[in-house]
Design a protein around this ligand. Structure first.
Ligand code: NDP
Length: 289
């Protein structure tokens, strides 16, 4: 029987994960089909309950559900527990296990962006959703000394900082209100940005060439274009997307992920018009001004 793997999010129509995971299943002859399930928050519990039936191998969880799904699974891995966010679900019989493969995915992306330079110690994170939790957890683990979180709704940034208060006790992790002047002041201190928000959260003028800019969105966003113009080293969400997907594939199948095939499928899907790292509605690249 063909096993089912689903991506649960809202929206999911533009997601690249389907093309990437199906290519991996097909390449290795895994009899599984990857489906996109658009489920608003009110239908999430029902969707998660359905995964318990035999037909399902597991699932991915994306915007805006990564935090909400935590109490709905039976067991959490250390990373899912530490982040308070789940992006991958596996099964142990009828039991559901929540994982967070955004953490290793982000680590690969960060290492690649930093390259041979010394790992920075200060970061500004724009956003405080499920994706940002993997970013902040990784930055703490990496030994960053000062991480400032800016979020449109301050209370969500504060809740995230509170969540990490124990693991970040030795460092300066704080949430600040989203004001351009405060972000600019912090950026003068920062050497890295993990961005999880939308297209152009900050004006290009406040970026300086010593800043590394990592945008989780898999598209050449306005922020990335402006950062390049300012002389910054940049990276989009492609490396993280590929590597979180590869880790999820291995969890479901027990096999090493065929990275080349997954990368090729991502590129083909993107060339075909899909632009979203995960669930966000088409972060299309506007024409250069
Ligand atoms: P969530 O829904 O959990 O959080 C969304 C975040 O974006 C919140 O911080 C929210 O702020 C902010 N936001 C949304 N709209 C706006 C806006 N108009 N202005 C300012 N801030 C806004 O989503 P995730 O954290 O799971 O995902 C966020 C992004 O990161 C998505 O684009 C997703 O595809 C990408 N991502 C990519 C990955 C990859 O592998 N490349 C992995 C994980 C995420 P507020 O709380 O104030 O609403």
């Amino acid at each position: 029987m063909t096993k089912r793997v689903v991506l649960i999010g809202h929206p999911v129509a533009h997601s690249l994960s389907g093309a990437m995971q199906q290519a991996a299943f097909d390449h290795l002859g895994v009899d599984a089909a990857y489906e996109l399930w658009d489920r608003p928050p009110a239908s999430l519990a029902e969707a998660i309950a359905e995964l318990r039936t035999e037909a399902f191998l597991g699932a991915n969880v994306t915007i805006p559900h990564k935090e909400r799904v935590v109490p709905m699974v039976d067991k959490l891995t250390e990373e899912a527990h530490a982040t308070g966010a789940v992006n991958t679900i596996t099964k142990e019989g009828r039991k559901l296990v929540g994982h967070n493969t955004d953490v290793p995915g982000f680590k690969v992306a960060l290492d690649k962006l930093v390259g041979r330079q010394k790992m920075p110690r200060h970061a500004v994170v724009l956003g405080a959703g499920g994706g940002a939790r993997a970013v902040v957890h990784s930055l703490i683990r990496e030994g960053f000394q000062r991480v400032i979180v800016f979020n449109r709704h301050l209370h969500r940034g504060e809740a995230m900082v509170k969540h990490f208060s124990r693991s970040a006790a030795h460092m300066d992790l704080r949430a600040m209100p989203w004001h351009e002047s405060i972000i600019e002041a912090e950026l003068s201190n920062a050497t890295s940005i993990g961005l999880t928000a939308d297209e152009s959260p900050i004006p290009g003028e406040i970026l300086t060439p010593d800043i590394l800019v990592l945008d989780l969105i898999y598209a050449r966003t306005r922020l990335l274009r402006e950062a390049e113009k300012a002389g910054c080293a940049t990276s989009d969400g492609g490396i993280m997307l590929l590597n979180q997907g590869a880790a999820a594939f291995t969890l479901w199948t027990g096999q090493p992920a065929p990275l080349d095939e997954m990368q090729a499928a991502l590129e083909a899907a993107r060339a075909g018009g899909l632009t979203s790292a995960e669930g966000e509605p088409g972060a299309a690249e506007p024409a250069e001004a």
